[in-house]
Design a binder for this molecule. Structure first.
Ligand code: HEC
Length: 208
C-alpha cells in the first residue's frame, strides 16, 4: 500500500530530530547538575504558583489534584508524552511494573512481528469496567520483538485528555530498530486503525 512507502522519508527527519534532541538532552543534563536537591529556588516557586487563589485554598477539598512532584510511583504510571523523555523511560523499563499479557504473541497489526502489551492501572480499570471511554492518563506500552526474543522497540499510546478527539487526545509513539514510526498527538500513522478499537485501544481484554 502507498502508505508504507510514505514512511520512508519520515524516518530520516525523525532520526535527525532524535539526534538533535539527544544533544539537547545531554546539554541540559550537564548544565542543571545531577543532584538537584540543593538547587532549591525553582521548586520553591511551585508552591506559590497560585498566590491569588485565596478563598478556595483553605477548603482542603482538593486532595485529588495531582502534585507534579508527588512520588516516583506516579511517574511510573504516567509515562512522559514527549519522545525525548519517553525514550529513556522505555529503555529503563518504566512500564515493567504494569499488568501485562502473559507472553509475546503474533501482532494482528503492522507491529513488526511478535508483541506483548502492558497497560497501566488507569487503562486496566477502564478495560475491566468495559468503559466506552478511557480516562485521561490511561496508557499502553507494547514491546516489539520482531522475529526474535529480544525487545527491539515499543509502541506507546497515552491518553492526554478526557476526550479522545478523533485520536488527537492520545499521544502516539513508536520506535523499532532505531527508526521512529510515530511521535505526536493524533499521529495519523496510528489513529486510523486504532479508531476502530474501544476508545482507540485494540488489544483484546481480558489480556491474553
Ligand atoms: C494497520 C492497523 C494498525 C496501525 C496502523 C497501528 N496499529 Fe497499533 N495496534 C494494532 C492492533 C491490531 C493492535 C492489537 C495488538 C496487536 O495485535 O498487535 C495494536 C496495538 C497497539 C498498542 C497496544 C494498545 C492497544 O491499543 O491495543 C499500542 C500502544 C499501539 N498499537 C500503538 C500504535 C502506534 C503508536 C501506531 C502508529 C505508529 C500504531 N499502533 C499503528 C493495529 C494498528
Amino acid at each position: 500500500m502507498p502508505h508504507a512507502r510514505s514512511l520512508l522519508p519520515r524516518v530520516l527527519p525523525s532520526l535527525a530530530l532524535g539526534a538533535a534532541l539527544a544533544v539537547l538532552g545531554a546539554c541540559g543534563d550537564s548544565s542543571s547538575g545531577s543532584d538537584g536537591s540543593s538547587d532549591g529556588p525553582a521548586s520553591d516557586s511551585d508552591d506559590t504558583s497560585n498566590p491569588s487563589g485565596g478563598p478556595d485554598a483553605d477548603s482542603g477539598a482538593t486532595a485529588e489534584t495531582l502534585d507534579p512532584g508527588e512520588t516516583t510511583g506516579a511517574d511510573d504510571q504516567l509515562p512522559p508524552t514527549n519522545s525525548g523523555e519517553l525514550r529513556p523511560w522505555l529503555d529503563d523499563g518504566g512500564y515493567l511494573g504494569w499488568t501485562a499479557e502473559s507472553a509475546p504473541h503474533d501482532s494482528a497489526g503492522p507491529h513488526f512481528g511478535t508483541v506483548r502489551t502492558y497497560v497501566n492501572q488507569a487503562l486496566l480499570d477502564s478495560l475491566d469496567a468495559q468503559d466506552a471511554t478511557h480516562p485521561q492518563g490511561a496508557a499502553a506500552v507494547k514491546e516489539l520483538y520482531g522475529d526474535g526474543d529480544a525487545v527491539l522497540g515499543w509502541s506507546v499510546a497515552i491518553k492526554t485528555q478526557a476526550d479522545s478527539a478523533m485520536g488527537d487526545g492520545w499521544y502516539w509513539y513508536e520506535v523499532y530498530n532505531g527508526s521512529v514510526f510515530g511521535d505526536g498527538l493524533g499521529d495519523g500513522t496510528c489513529t486510523g486503525c486504532h479508531g476502530g478499537g474501544l476508545d482507540y485501544v485494540l488489544t483484546p481484554y481480558p489480556l491474553q
